[in-house]
Every structure is written in structure tokens, then in C-alpha cells.
Design a protein around this ligand. Structure first.
Ligand code: HCA
Ligand code: CU
Length: 381
């Protein structure tokens, strides 16, 4: 396939955000919304973490069976016999079994040698596979693992029955060059394997690293809505798909629905995104400086990488002392008001002297009334 599939992990990785806990109702609503916007795979959680997660996963799998959800349903599991059996009993489409493969994880977390780990990976992948589900193996901390050993891990998982391996950049230390190189080399060594990129955002490079991994051969990209997840989170869904659209001209999901799912996950998680958050942040299609506003009024491409409508947003101009004639005139005309040039000059002059953070339409009308002694507000309303 030429373009990657999105695996959204808001319900698994996203719930690993400190302070976040999704109710069953929200879990189901989020799963349906993800399916509706065209997400290929949904990682719904690890049923061994808590009983309520397990029962919500069951319900989501039911909805998949009756066709109310179309995405592949992936259940996360430690590489532990009992956990895998619980996961398999829910009959998901796929079980994702994870195990640390860097020397740091092997030595301090698992206390196993590289050889012992290969045996565990082979045993646990084939156990999962024996239950008749698709299996992904996740090489946790893959980006800090020895690359030759990582290739052995991928081969081992493949031979034991995994058709996919997630190359997890667990602490976000990939650079785009390194991510591209690692994926290219794994793909060359084990061409049959499907590869996922799971990129943490510790240094703000998760989107860039995911794009580079796709160039290297990844065909599934992990995301969460609003970039939720452990520490700095992982690749934000909205930003990755918009960047992919800009760079490759392809809509991986229904982009115009992004604001809706942003708000849904803000409400469900209790975490509000920054106004400067790419693509879906409040400020992202609002222009401030007079030079920018004049440019955008002449042609939006001057200061917008993509038109706001593509991602379900609208353009705006913030008004304050940074604004110039063009933006003020634009805002007045938007309200159906045209004024002679000398009046406009006076409005601009007045605005420049005000030290307010942001002028609303009503404030602008008030200024106009003061200058002209005419009842503009009554006219507009
Ligand atoms: C975790 C680890 C993980 C797994 C990623 C994956 C990571 O928190 O359980 O399954 O692809 O970052 O290594 O999220
Ligand atoms: Cu992770």
C-alpha cells in the first residue's frame, strides 16, 4: 500500500496521561468517533489493567461485531501468559504483545539476557497467535536497542506468527534521519513484516519522526487525539494527518471532522489543548499583525499553509493595536458596514491607542459610534 493506516491509541496510550481516566460511556463514544472519521485501527486498551477497562473493551468488540464500528480492534497486553489469555478471551481482531528490547529494559526491567528475551518473545507471540487472532509484537524502547539485535527480534516475532511489529520510540529519542534509517534497514532484512511507528513526543519530534518512518517503510502510524500519552505524549492525530495532507496531498481520515474529535477528547479527558496547538488550537487560523492581516486579505496563502476549511476550521483576524486599516475595514465589512476613508483612519487611530487584548465586533462598533455619533450597534443588531 502506498499510504499508511492510522492506529489511534487515545483509549490506551491516551489514558496513560496523568490525571486522565475515561468513563465507559466516553470510551465507547470515542471509539465510534474514531471509526467514523476513518481510523484504520483502534487500540482500545489493556484488559488486564482494571475490570472497567476490560468490560468497556468487551462492549467495543461487540459494536465491531454488529458493524457499528469498522476499524480493526487492537487489545494491548504484556508478554505474560495469563494476560494474553485474558486478552484472547475477548476475541479482538488483534492482540499487541509488548516487551522491552533495549539493554536498559532487558537489564533493569526484565532482568533477562538478549537470548532469553528472544525465547520469551517467540513463546508469547505464538501463544497469542494460537488463539486465532492477528498478532502485533511491540518492540518497546526499540529506538535505543542495538539495531542488529532489533532485527533479530523482528525476525523472531515474524517467525512466531506476528504479521506486524511496532517499533516503539518509547522515550522519544529518534530523529527523522535515524527513524528513516532504522525502518529502512528492518524492512530490508525482513521484507514480509508490517511495521508500525509509535513515536513519543519528548523532544517535540513525534510527527516528523513518524513521517520519516513512513518514508522508511512504516505502514501503520500510532497517534492519539490531542497528543495524549505518557509524559509529553505521542504523535497527535490531527497534526500528523494534516501534515500528511500538506506534504503528500492525501487525506488519511476525514479531516473536516478533526475539530469535533478534538473537543470530544478535551471533554472526555479534562485536558484542554494550548491555543497554539497545531491545526486545532484556537489561534491557528487567526491572524494578528497588520502586515499578516493585509496579506491574508489579499490572498490567504500568504500566511496559511492550508485553508482552514480543509480541517473544519474558519479564518479569523484578531483586532488590537497590532491591526492595520485592512483588517479593521474587513471586520466592518463583515458586519455589513462601509465607512468613508477619513472615518476608517480615525477608527484605526483610536484602536492603536487602546491597550486591550482583543477587540470584539461590538467594541469596534462602539468606537465607530463615538467617532460618528451614529447608532451603529442598533443598525447591526
Ligand atoms: C507502554 C509502552 C508503549 C508501547 C507502544 C506500542 C511504548 O506504555 O506500554 O505498543 O507500540 O511507548 O513503548 O506505549
Ligand atoms: Cu507509548
Amino acid at each position: 500500500r502506498r499510504h499508511p493506516i492510522i492506529l489511534d491509541s487515545t483509549l490506551r496510550e491516551g489514558e496513560q496521561t496523568p490525571g486522565v481516566v475515561f468513563s465507559e460511556e466516553w470510551r465507547i463514544r470515542i471509539a465510534k468517533a474514531l471509526s467514523d472519521i476513518g481510523i484504520g485501527m483502534i487500540e482500545v486498551g489493556d484488559p488486564n489493567v482494571a475490570p472497567d477497562i476490560k468490560s468497556a473493551i468487551k462492549k467495543i468488540i461487540e459494536l465491531k461485531k454488529v458493524g457499528e464500528i469498522n476499524s480493526e480492534i487492537v487489545v494491548h497486553s504484556r508478554a505474560v501468559k495469563q494476560d494474553i489469555e485474558t486478552a484472547a478471551s475477548l476475541e479482538p481482531d488483534r492482540i499487541a504483545v509488548f516487551y522491552g528490547v533495549s539493554d536498559i529494559h532487558l537489564k533493569y526491567k526484565h532482568r533477562k539476557t538478549r537470548e532469553e528475551a528472544l525465547q520469551i518473545i517467540a513463546d508469547m507471540v505464538s501463544l497469542a497467535k494460537s488463539h486465532g487472532v492477528s498478532v502485533r509484537f511491540t518492540a518497546e524502547d526499540a529506538s535505543r536497542a542495538d539495531l542488529n539485535y532489533l532485527i533479530q527480534v523482528v525476525k523472531t516475532a515474524y517467525e512466531a506468527g506476528a504479521d506486524r511489529v511496532s517499533i516503539a520510540d518509547t522515550v522519544g529519542v529518534f530523529t527523522p534521519d535515524r527513524a528513516r534509517e532504522v525502518f529502512t534497514k528492518i524492512k530490508a532484512a525482513v521484507p514480509e513484516i508490517g511495521l508500525d511507528i509509535h513515536a513519543h513526543n519528548d523532544f517535540g519530534m513525534a510527527v516528523a519522526n513518524s513521517l520519516a518512518a513512513v518514508e522508511g517503510g512504516a505502514d501503520v502510524v500510532h497517534t492519539t487525539v490531542n497528543g495524549l500519552g505518557e509524559r509529553a505524549g505521542i504523535t497527535p492525530l490531527q497534526v500528523f494527518v494534516a501534515a500528511y495532507y500538506y506534504h503528500k496531498g492525501v487525506r488519511l481520515v476525514k479531516l473536516e471532522k478533526l475539530p469535533e474529535i478534538t473537543a470530544m477528547v478535551e471533554a472526555a479527558s479534562g485536558i484542554t489543548i494550548m491555543p497554539t496547538f497545531p491545526i486545532v488550537g484556537e489561534n491557528v487560523f487567526t491572524h494578528k499583525a497588520g502586515v499578516h492581516q493585509a496579506g491574508v486579505i489579499a490572498n490567504p496563502e500568504t500566511y496559511e499553509p492550508i485553508p482552514p476549511e480543509v480541517v473544519g476550521r474558519t479564518r479569523d483576524f484578531s483586532l488590537d493595536k497590532y491591526s492595520g486599516r485592512k483588517a479593521i475595514q474587513y471586520r466592518l465589512e463583515r458586519m455589513g458596514i462601509s465607512v468613508p476613508p477619513e472615518v476608517l483612519d480615525k477608527v484605526v487611530e483610536e484602536v492603536k491607542q487602546m491597550n486591550v487584548r482583543r477587540l470584539r465586533d461590538d467594541d469596534l462598533l462602539e468606537i465607530l459610534e463615538k467617532i460618528t455619533n451614529m447608532a451603529y450597534r442598533a443598525r447591526v443588531n
